[in-house]
Design a protein around this ligand. Structure first.
Ligand code: FES
Ligand code: FES
Length: 157
């Protein structure tokens, strides 16, 4: 079977591993690298549970191949948790009851992180647009939008 040496940075660390080029990014991250905070929901790019940051943009890792990760900078929920924006977002999700079963939460937080990185003053409409690719079956979305809005306010103060 065709194999490649995949080199990229994961949460700032240099990674090199042998893998099939068509292996899903989600499987490289969860299976090969133990990044189990990234969840698999639909596996067809519709739920957002598998969202990670690839070269600064949120992507559905179930739709990305290992070959597309070559030379990239990848941030997962584990790495994001070490950042100021990440810690504030996580606190606001907990304080704002934006987490119930929690399965969708890493994906929402990654999308919110990408938003706040580029736009520290998002409107509620911009927040809704940023998480439009994330599905939650529990919270009804309003607490999630509130939590992201609150995180933006805290980060600015
Ligand atoms: S598991 Fe990737 S979008 Fe649902
Ligand atoms: S908190 Fe359960 S799916 Fe969102």
């Amino acid at each position: 079977m065709n194999r490649i040496t995949l080199r990229f940075t994961l949460n700032g660390m240099n990674i090199a591993l042998e893998t099939a080029p068509n292996k899903r990014m989600l499987d490289v991250l969860r299976g090969d690298l133990g990044q189990t905070g990234t969840k698999e929901g639909c596996a067809i790019g519709e739920c957002g549970a598998c969202t990670v940051i690839l070269n600064g943009e949120p992507v559905a890792s179930c739709l990305i191949t290992a070959a597309q990760m070559q030379g990239a900078q990848v941030l997962t929920i584990e790495g994001m948790s070490e950042t100021l924006i990440g810690r504030v977002l996580q606190d606001c999700f907990v304080e704002g009851d934006a987490v119930q079963c929690g399965f969708c939460t890493p994906g929402f937080i990654m999308s919110a992180y990408a938003l706040l990185l580029k736009n520290p003053h998002p409107t509620r409409e911009e927040i809704r647009e940023a998480v439009a690719g994330n599905i939650c079956r529990c919270t009804g979305y309003i607490p999630i939008v509130n939590a992201i809005e609150q995180a933006g306010i805290k980060l600015r103060s």
